[in-house]
Design a protein around this ligand. Structure first.
Ligand SMILES: [Zn+2]
Ligand SMILES: [Zn+2]
Length: 281
């Protein structure tokens, strides 16, 4: 099992502790590598995204920690970059020019108009109440239409590029599965999901195995059922806890590695001395 984590949040966004607290936890649990991936700045302010003005301080602080703990832990600086639309995503010069070790591409918001303000966003990652409100308002109360839009947006994100890792690639099911007509096995879900995975494979991107809700709700992103498909398509994976609290850095890791092994994965892709390498499980 690899003791590494590349998806984590700290007080620079909506994480609940200072970056150094996560490092201390990682070191005391024998970690080899640790990466920060604060929520990227957006064209509008939210509760969980890092303001653009804080970027220099974020980069500086992680650099300071890299130096301070260099003999105990490999520390990396990344970002979890929102794909909003073709005009605002990881491929724009602002993100490309940041001195980052890696970039995770995630979808949390789907804009319902070209005007990128929070009021025009469908948030797929918040409370079920908000989600249900949006499905009713914009998708005629038909969960299939939101799922379609979500996977189309995922295709656009992968095509746009500028990312190394696809973050929680099917998080749409977290709230979506609460609808009675939701189904993982029907064509309207399977076809676009598989299309996304094939494109990710073609582009040579990695997919994280996100354990944030694994112990709490037994939900893995991607869904457990699809691990074998990732393996068949030879898509490189790593296990990330997407933690917001230091004590959750290691949450679900052991269980996820057991599942990967059972599925037939022989390695995960890891940053070793600054380079992505396949490391045997
Ligand atoms: Zn996320
Ligand atoms: Zn995250």
């Amino acid at each position: 099992m690899q003791l590494s984590n590349y998806h984590s949040h700290c007080t620079f966004c909506d994480g609940r502790s200072l970056p150094e607290d996560f490092i201390k936890f990682a070191i005391s649990n024998g970690f080899r590598a640790y990466g920060f991936s604060s929520h990227s700045p957006l064209p509008f302010e939210t509760f969980w995204n890092m303001p653009k003005d804080d970027m220099p301080e974020y980069l500086q602080e992680i650099e300071r920690l890299k130096q301070k703990y260099s003999d105990q832990l490999e520390i990396y600086v990344g970002l979890e970059i929102d794909y909003l639309d073709k005009t605002y995503n990881a491929s724009i010069p602002y993100f490309r020019e940041l001195p980052l070790d890696y970039r995770i591409g995630s979808i949390h918001f789907i804009p319902m108009s070209e005007h990128l303000i929070e009021a025009n966003m469908v948030c797929i990652d918040g409370s079920f109440n908000n989600y249900a409100y949006s499905v009713k308002k914009y998708f005629n109360n038909d969960i299939r239409l939101l799922v379609k839009k979500y996977f189309e947006t995922t295709i656009d994100m992968v095509e746009a590029g500028g990312i190394d890792i696809v973050g929680h690639m099917d998080k749409i099911y977290m709230n979506g599965q609460k609808y009675t007509d939701f189904s993982f096995s029907e064509d309207w879900y399977q076809t676009p999901f598989r299309e996304c995975l094939h494109l990710i494979g073609e582009k040579g991107l990695m997919v994280e195995i996100n354990t944030k809700n694994f112990l709490k709700k037994h939900e893995l992103y991607p869904h457990i059922e699809y691990l074998s498909l990732l393996q068949e398509l030879n898509i490189p994976v790593m296990v990330n806890s997407d933690c917001h609290y230091p004590q959750l850095v290691n949450d679900g890791r052991k269980e996820a590695f057991e599942l990967l092994k059972k599925t037939g994965f022989k390695s995960t892709r890891e940053l070793v001395n600054g380079k992505w390498q396949d490391v045997a499980i």
